[in-house]
Ligand binder design. Structure first.
Ligand SMILES: Cc1ncc(COP(=O)(O)O)c(C=O)c1O
Length: 368
């Protein structure tokens, strides 16, 4: 079976996990700190805060930036549901924005402009498929209207452009991501006071950690805010260190395979298009294609499945889910809905070969 995503796991991950077990200290400790510093360094940041998911990370970004009840936050609908859920967690209102265009399925600046109100406090941009949003334009937009800018970088760890111009950024290490700790995430922030607030909120806003108390550096603690348990553990941090060391190499391999797919599809499937045609930089998280209008996607997916090729759809738009429909029935996003109706995600991960990709394209061609 050619899967759409597959973690790369080796002996080193096993040894890293064993060494944590041998150490006897499992919860957040020195390995988490080392992982945070290494991750920050790779992204040109001073520091980062490890969390137990990107969803938790997005929640912390919004909370630490002071976004709360009644505030509106512009979000794409073409993203994983966590992007909008996090806005709801702080009592704010997600305002769904269309994508720019079929070839550029990022949150649209033009549509965002139309959706600004006096309550708008922030924007979450999402680097769809690992292709970076134009952060310079978004920074100018947010500065012009006094908005907070948050990056959902679940698809884009290791990408140079990410985490540089926003107020806060959240990453995911879920199993299908470019690097994994099984479950996990990381946040970064432009201002150290935002990052420190996120660090506090991550562990119930307690003034000392379990490790500090264990070592006798503190005997008790105070609780200064309403916080959460969003801690990462030492096992995941140890695994994260191993994965991080290979992230850039894997991203490069993903880019090679994605460019290979793009060339092959361009040559042999003229009715199928591949978004982001002019974009160079990418963490190549997803291999997204658009089927010809009216193609029977369910039949195509079944045909590929029968040939041992897994496919998926990224994403069913959030505003179309029952929960969000019940709250925001009036939302209509024509470009997002059209994109969703044609989208198909093909297998892409560093363990694939060019022959695997050629087999996928050949099989898709036969079925079409
Ligand atoms: C765009 C996007 N945002 C947020 C998330 C949530 O990540 P996590 O599973 O680490 O909470 C995901 C994960 O699938 C995602 O793809």
């Amino acid at each position: 079976m050619l899967s759409i995503a597959q973690p790369v796991l080796c002996q080193e991950e096993k040894e890293a996990l064993s060494s944590v077990i041998d150490s006897g200290w499992l919860t957040m400790g020195e390995r988490v700190v080392a992982f945070e510093r290494a991750f920050a360094k790779l992204h040109g940041a001073e520091d980062a805060v490890a969390v137990n998911s990107c969803t938790a990370g997005l929640h912390l970004c919004l909370a630490a930036l002071g976004i709360g009840p009644g505030d509106e936050v512009l979000v794409p609908s073409l993203t994983f549901v966590a992007t909008a859920n996090a806005v709801c967690y702080v009592g704010a209102i997600p305002v769904f924005v269309d994508i720019e265009a079929e070839n550029l399925p990022h949150i649209s600046l033009k549509d965002s402009q139309k959706k600004l109100t006096r309550q708008t406090r922030g924007v979450i941009v999402m680097h769809y498929g690992g292709y970076p949003v134009d952060m310079t334009s978004w920074r100018s937009f947010c500065d012009a209207y006094g908005l907070r800018l948050i990056e959902d970088a679940a698809h884009a760890p290791g990408l140079e452009q990410v985490g540089k111009l926003s107020d806060a950024t959240a990453f995911s290490f879920f199993t299908n991501k470019n690097m994994t700790t099984a479950e996990g995430g990381m946040v970064m922030a432009a201002e150290s006071k935002t990052l420190e607030k996120m660090r506090r909120l991550r562990s119930h806003a307690m003034t000392s950690s379990t490790l500090e108390r264990h070592r006798g550096h503190a005997s008790s603690y105070d609780v200064t805010m309403l916080g959460y348990n969003y801690r990462l553990d030492e096992l995941r941090a140890a695994m994260g260190m191993v994965q991080l060391a290979r992230l850039l190499e894997w991203n490069e391999r993903r880019r090679q395979l994605s460019n290979f797919y793009r060339r092959l599809i361009y040559q042999s499937l003229p009715l199928v298009s591949v978004p982001f045609s002019g974009e160079k930089a990418s963490a190549a998280h997803l291999q997204v294609v658009l089927l010809p209008r009216g193609a029977d996607r369910a039949r195509i997916m079944n045909g590929l499945q029968e040939s041992g090729i897994q496919t998926s759809i990224h994403y069913p738009p959030i505003h179309c889910f029952s929960y969000y429909r019940s709250r925001f029935a009036e939302v209509g996003l024509p470009n997002t809905e059209e994109f969703f109706s044609k989208e198909l995600t093909l297998p892409l991960h560093p363990l694939l070969s060019e022959d695997d990709c050629a087999f996928v394209v050949e099989t898709l061609k036969k079925i079409l």
